[in-house]
Unconditional design. Structure first.
Length: 119
């Protein structure tokens, strides 16, 4: 991928990640309902994603295919957040997330399991 995706572009990608390969028309319909965008806005964002190497387009019907997996974008965004806001310290991010609300016993067990898998 050539560069970072903006929030609006991630909305386009999210449709492809949820629904798989889709026509530009379908993406525009979904985002029209979900976000209220008109067709031209969605098509412009699809073209920007194509230019950035995030989407491949094929015919017939301007079929769009995600070239990058959601997990890859999630990891990049998380790393950026950690570096930008938490001085590169994942434990500071983790502490901030845990301090936000009371966790259920089930959520705590899940977190323990994740930490255990990292050890």
């Amino acid at each position: 991928m050539n560069s970072k995706l903006f929030d609006s572009e991630l909305k386009v990608m999210d449709v492809l990640w949820k629904e798989g390969d889709s026509t530009a028309k379908h993406i525009a319909e979904v985002l029209g309902e979900e976000v209220g965008w008109n067709v031209n806005t969605t098509y412009t964002l699809i073209k920007r994603c194509i230019k950035k190497g995030a989407i491949a387009r094929s015919e017939p019907n301007f079929l769009c295919h995600a070239l990058i997996p959601k997990k890859e974008v999630q990891e990049a965004e998380t790393n950026e957040l950690i570096n930008k806001i938490y001085d590169g310290s994942a434990d500071k991010l983790f502490a901030a997330l845990l301090g936000r609300k009371k966790l259920s016993a089930e959520q705590i067990d899940k977190l323990k399991q994740i930490v255990g898998e990292l050890e």
